[in-house]
Design a protein around this ligand. Structure first.
Ligand SMILES: [Zn+2]
Ligand SMILES: [Zn+2]
Ligand SMILES: [Zn+2]
Length: 339
C-alpha cells in the first residue's frame, strides 16, 4: 500500500511538463544518494577504465562491459575499394574512385572495434531521435530507472518489462532503452552489479508520478533533463552498457518502436558514386602509394598503379592413396596371422 505520509505535496490533476521543476524536485532526494556511483572520473580516458579497474572481469548472468574479447586478426586492417571504370567518370577527368578504410567486425565485445560499434550505434540512434524531435517539435529527455534490490533476481526480460510498465506510468511516449548492469565505485575502482536502465526519449512527466512510481514499484526514477547533445549522450551510455550474447544493447519502444517509425534510407556506400557500379577490392602496385598510409581517404585519383584484387576459389587437391596390391596382400597376411 502507498505510504501517504511520504507524499507531502498535494497532487494536481493537471499534468505538468517535464521541464517544470516539480517533477525533478521530487525524485532528487532519492536519486542523489543512489546514482552517484555512475558518475565517472573527469580526467580518465576510457582506456584507463579498461586497464585500471576490473573492467575485463566484471560479469553477471552473462552480462559484461564492452571491449572484453580478443579481435579477429583482420580487425583494423587497412583496405581499398574502388571503381576503375574511368571511361564512365568523364566528369572527374576520367579518374578512378577510391575509398581507403579500416576493416572492422563492429562487435561491441571486440577490443579493437568497440569504438566503431559505439560510433555507428550512436549515429543511428541520434538520427532516429532527431527525426522524431523535429516531427513532433519536442525535446528529448534522459531518465534513469534503478532496479529495486527486491527485483535483482528477475531475469533481464522481466526487468525490462517492469521498466516499460514504469515508463508507461510516468507518461513517456517512446524512446530508446539502454541497460547498464554495472555501476562504478570510485573508492575501490570497481564495477559492481547494480542494474539500471537509461532512457533517451520523449514525454511530459506528470507531477508526482516519479514518487508514485517509487512507491508502487520500489524503483528510483531519476530525471536527468533535456539532452543538448544526443550523440554525446548515446556515446557515453554505450561506452559502459551491458553486453550479452544475442541481446541488443539498444532497444526502442512506444512511438519510436521498430514498427512505428519509418525506416531510414541510407546512401549505398557499396556503389560507385559516379557510375553506380559495385565497388571492388583494389590495391596499389608500387612503392609510393599516392594516399597517406593509415588514414581514411575517399576521392578520385589517376588510375596508374591501381589493380583489381582477383580472388580465385582455392580447391585443395584430394589425395587418394592406394597401396600397391603386393603391400596390401602383406598387410592382410599379417592381420590374418595376428588373429
Ligand atoms: Zn573487431
Ligand atoms: Zn548508468
Ligand atoms: Zn564508377
Amino acid at each position: 500500500m502507498k505510504d501517504k505520509t511520504c507524499d507531502t505535496k498535494p497532487t494536481f490533476q493537471q499534468n505538468f511538463p517535464y521541464h517544470n521543476d516539480h517533477a525533478i524536485e521530487q525524485s532528487e532526494p532519492y536519486a542523489n544518494n543512489f546514482d552517484n556511483d555512475d558518475e565517472l572520473y573527469n580526467d580518465w580516458e576510457l582506456d584507463d577504465y579498461h586497464l585500471l579497474t576490473n573492467w575485463e572481469t566484471a560479469e553477471h548472468n552473462g552480462w559484461r562491459l564492452p571491449a572484453t574479447k580478443e579481435p579477429h586478426y583482420w580487425c583494423a586492417q587497412w583496405n581499398h575499394k574502388g571503381c576503375i571504370h574511368s571511361e564512365d567518370h568523364q566528369t572527374h577527368d576520367g579518374k578512378i574512385f577510391i575509398r581507403r578504410y579500416q576493416l572492422s567486425c563492429f562487435r561491441p565485445a571486440c577490443k579493437t572495434c568497440w569504438e566503431k560499434w559505439i560510433g555507428r550505434q550512436s549515429n543511428v540512434a541520434t538520427r532516429k531521435i532527431e527525426r522524431y524531435s523535429k516531427k513532433e517539435n519536442i525535446s528529448p529527455i534522459h531518465i534513469v530507472l534503478s532496479v529495486s534490490n527486491w527485483d535483482y533476481e528477475l531475469d533481464y526480460k522481466q526487468m525490462k518489462q517492469k521498466a516499460r510498465k514504469i515508463l508507461n506510468e510516468i507518461k513517456i511516449r517512446g524512446g530508446s532503452i539502454i541497460f547498464h548492469p554495472f555501476r562504478f565505485n570510485k573508492k575501490i575502482r570497481c564495477w559492481y552489479f547494480s542494474p539500471h536502465f537509461h532512457v533517451v526519449g520523449f514525454g511530459f512527466i506528470p507531477k508526482g508520478s516519479l514518487v508514485d512510481a517509487y512507491h508502487q514499484n520500489g524503483w528510483f526514477v531519476k530525471y536527468l533533463g533535456v539532452r543538448k547533445s544526443v550523440f554525446a549522450t548515446f556515446y557515453y551510455l554505450l561506452s559502459h552498457c551491458g553486453i550479452r550474447h544475442r541481446t541488443r544493447a539498444t532497444t526502442w519502444f512506444g512511438d519510436l518502436s521498430y514498427s512505428k517509425l519509418e525506416k531510414e534510407i541510407l546512401p549505398d556506400f557499396s556503389k560507385c558514386p559516379l557510375c553506380g557500379r559495385k565497388l571492388t577490392e583494389i590495391y596499389y602496385k608500387g612503392w609510393d602509394p599516392p594516399i597517406e598510409s593509415n588514414s581514411f581517404f575517399e576521392g578520385f585519383l589517376d588510375s596508374e598503379g591501381w589493380c583489381v584484387v582477383i580472388t580465385e576459389k582455392h580447391i585443395e587437391p584430394c589425395n587418394f592413396e592406394y597401396a600397391p596390391t603386393r603391400e596390401l596382400n602383406n598387410l592382410l597376411q599379417s592381420l590374418e596371422q595376428a588373429r
